[in-house]
Design a protein around this ligand. Structure first.
Ligand code: PMP
Length: 333
């Protein structure tokens, strides 16, 4: 049986089909992530347009607009010990992304939740991530939206994943910088992630956890898959406001509330790379990142090169928040 972290399978006998799934060499169980977090790329069962299918035979149409035009939106939500974290926030953002692109949802939020729960249930893990993608649908390739009643396509996958490692957080992670070359609607969680992927590849090549994205005027917008924050000498916690220049992170929203509740001063304003390099602390937030202290930007240590204490405090508060979620209401939409 595949070794899956946080998995509840030991007592469960998997049908023989699972024992014969062949995975590419790089995707086997126990694959090491860039950030040293053990995670598992194996998702057993996927939902694709009305059907639950073994992951390696789940396919989409070649004329799906998500494939041809990146005409799709997505969400990634964390399931922590069987309970989703900020699920309603993810659903609100998914609907906002669809609305902004004038995409018609394939089903209601309640129906989608039934599907998401079923995919999570069938993948037999306690802690992991669920991925939801909605594309405008299948139509002969042409740039304008298809006319008529083309139904949006929808894919849901899920896999065991422990999130960013505490060991890395205690050390603080390294980030590199990359030019922010993305389009001007970064507030939409679009699957058009090539610029993000290029930046993240640059980070991987430099053995860094993430890439800070920097505009030509020196402003740090966010990171390739997380929001960026600094803490100034006078202990103000600063992050870019939620404009079209960044993705409004769900974790950002929660961490901001936790920080304010704890009495920290939070400033939503743009900051520059120069400010980040001379900040007291720098950290990132994201669904799988949680709160990650940053101890190095390019070749330069942040402050004394250790993980910042306020960042670590916020990570702890966020962990406590995840632990405190109530199974009875966590799936409400
Ligand atoms: N910015 C970008 C570009 C992202 O891809 C993500 C991850 N979805 C985030 C920020 C963080 O958002 P969240 O906290 O909702 O995961």
């Amino acid at each position: 049986m595949p070794r899956v972290q946080g998995c509840i399978t030991p007592a469960v006998r998997l049908p023989p089909i699972f024992l014969h799934i062949s995975l590419p060499a790089t995707l086997g169980p126990g694959h090491k992530a860039q950030d040293d977090t053990e995670f598992y790329d194996m998702s057993h069962i996927a939902y694709v347009n009305g059907r639950y299918l073994p992951h390696n035979s789940a396919t989409v149409h070649i004329e799906d607009r998500g494939y041809q035009f990146a005409d799709g939106v997505y969400e990634v939500a964390l399931i922590w010990n069987g309970i989703p974290v900020d699920y309603s926030g993810h659903m609100v953002r998914l609907w906002r992304s669809m609305d902004e692109l004038r995409m018609k949802a394939p089903m209601s939020p309640a129906a989608m939740t039934v599907v998401v729960q079923e995919v999570v249930r069938r993948n037999l893990f306690k802690t992991g991530i669920v991925y939801i993608q909605v594309n405008r649908g299948v139509a002969p390739r042409a740039h304008p939206f298809p006319s008529g009643d083309v139904k949006a396509s929808m894919v849901v996958t899920a896999k065991a994943f422990a999130g960013s490692s505490d060991a890395m957080a205690e050390q603080g992670a390294k980030v590199v910088t990359a030019r922010d070359i993305r389009w001007e609607r970064r507030d939409i969680k679009s699957v058009g992630l090539l610029a993000n992927a290029l930046a993240r590849q640059g980070a991987a090549e430099q053995k860094a956890y993430e890439a800070l994205l920097v505009k030509d005027d020196g402003t740090v917008t966010e990171a390739s898959a997380s929001n960026a924050w600094i803490i100034t000498a006078d202990k103000a916690i600063v992050t870019h406001p939620t404009t079209n220049a960044i993705l409004g992170g769900i974790t950002r929203q929660t961490v901001m509330k936790l920080a304010k509740d704890a009495g920290y001063k939070v400033d939503e304003r743009p900051f520059t790379l120069a400010e980040a390099k001379s900040a007291k602390e720098v950290f990132l937030t994201g669904t799988t990142t949680f709160v990650m202290p940053i101890s190095q930007i390019d070749d330069q240590p942040v402050a004394n090169g250790a993980a910042g204490l306020i960042s670590l405090d916020l990570r702890k508060r966020y962990r406590n928040y995840m632990e405190s979620l109530d199974a009875a209401t966590a799936w409400n939409v």
